[in-house]
Design a protein around this ligand. Structure first.
Ligand code: SF4
Length: 338
């Protein structure tokens, strides 16, 4: 088990993420939820849940991990990044550790096991790295139930911790917020290299991986940057890693207008020159929604919002037309029970 802190003479160092906060007794880290007792670092929000809902797995977004199924999604508070455009800022930048209701990991795992069409538990809504101990407690119990675990993360995490996380998380959606270090530095307060390293670690560990980039007008929306990002993903992680380009809306401290559909369409085309699966999110456009078999071009999954139809697949996730295996992780039960 990875060490989570290191005691120094006067302070305690948090080892979870590259910020490496050195905390005097009673102080909280940048994430706002990890606090020094003087001897160790405790999670002030242990057991506190900010969001709890059974969502379509597509909403994480994961399009190639049991498409059409649902997942119990759990969030808490805090984040180790300070994105001025955060779309979930009310909980990510909140530090609510009042003695409100706390949920036991056993209850969450049991409810995941009894929910219909549910594949497991997703750790999402705010950054799961900052509530690592609570996530791990839930995930280990969920695995005992024979269910799956998903983590939706910014990927700003130390390598030792990510090694441990890949031992109990089955599928990841990682934000790659841009492909420029100065974007990360100015808009998130973090560095890009730890995120790229985390992506490579997940890939090497053989875990399911999808990536999301929120497209912000004038910040990360050039063809050149998208070509670089998609080429890096293809070269380092594989050209079958799905990339979700998500539409930005004004939130938190950023008031730029929403991303034009024409920008998303242009970047979809740019990314598609390097990657086999590119999707558009947060949009009502029909472009970039469906999944095609890359072998014969047949549409195998149709998506309209969160209405999902696996129209061109057999029970093992193979294309009905040519037999190509489209999804490694697939269940037909959802379609059969509808
Ligand atoms: S997890 Fe929080 S306390 Fe720990 S290093 Fe990162 S920001 Fe600091």
């Amino acid at each position: 088990m990875e060490r989570l802190f290191l005691k120094h003479d006067q302070k305690v160092e948090c080892l979870l993420c590259p910020h490496g906060c050195m905390l005097a007794k009673g102080a909280k880290g940048i994430c706002g939820v990890r606090r020094s007792t003087g001897k160790e670092i405790e999670l002030a929000t242990d057991g506190i849940v900010s969001g709890y809902s059974v969502d379509p797995v597509e909403k994480k977004p994961l399009y190639h991990f049991f498409p059409g199924m649902e997942i119990l999604s759990v969030g808490s508070y805090g984040c180790n990044l300070r994105c001025d455009f955060c779309q979930n800022w009310a909980i990510s930048q909140g530090t609510d550790d009042r003695q409100q209701g706390r949920m036991a990991p056993e209850r969450i795992a049991a409810e995941a096991g009894s929910a219909r069409n549910n594949i497991g538990v997703a750790f999402t809504y705010n950054e799961p790295v900052v509530w690592f101990e609570f996530m791990r407690d839930i995930a280990l119990k969920v695995k005992k139930e024979g269910l799956y675990t998903v983590m939706v993360s910014n990927g700003f995490v130390n390598p030792g911790l990510m090694d441990e996380i890949t031992g109990f998380i089955d599928a990841f959606n990682i934000d790659l917020k841009a492909f420029r270090g100065d974007f990360y530095k100015k808009l998130t307060g973090a560095g890009i290299e730890p995120v790229k390293n985390a992506l490579k670690q997940i890939s090497r560990a053989g875990r399911h991986l999808e990536i999301t980039t929120l497209i912000i007008p004038g910040r990360n929306d050039s063809d050149e940057e998208m070509l670089e990002e998609s080429a890096w993903i293809a070269g380092e992680l594989g050209d079958s890693v799905p990339l979700h380009l998500s539409r930005y809306f004004p939130a938190y401290r950023r008031n730029d207008p929403p991303t034009p559909q024409s920008t998303l369409d242009r970047l979809y085309d740019a990314a598609s020159t390097n990657l086999k699966y590119v999707y558009l999110g947060n949009t009502t456009s029909m472009k970039g929604q469906n999944t095609k078999c890359i072998s014969c071009g047949t549409v195998v999954t149709k998506r309209s919002g969160y209405f999902i139809q696996n129209t061109g697949l057999d029970e093992k996730g193979r294309c009905l037309e040519c037999g190509n295996r489209v999804y490694e992780n697939f269940s037909f039960s959802f379609q059969q029970e509808r």
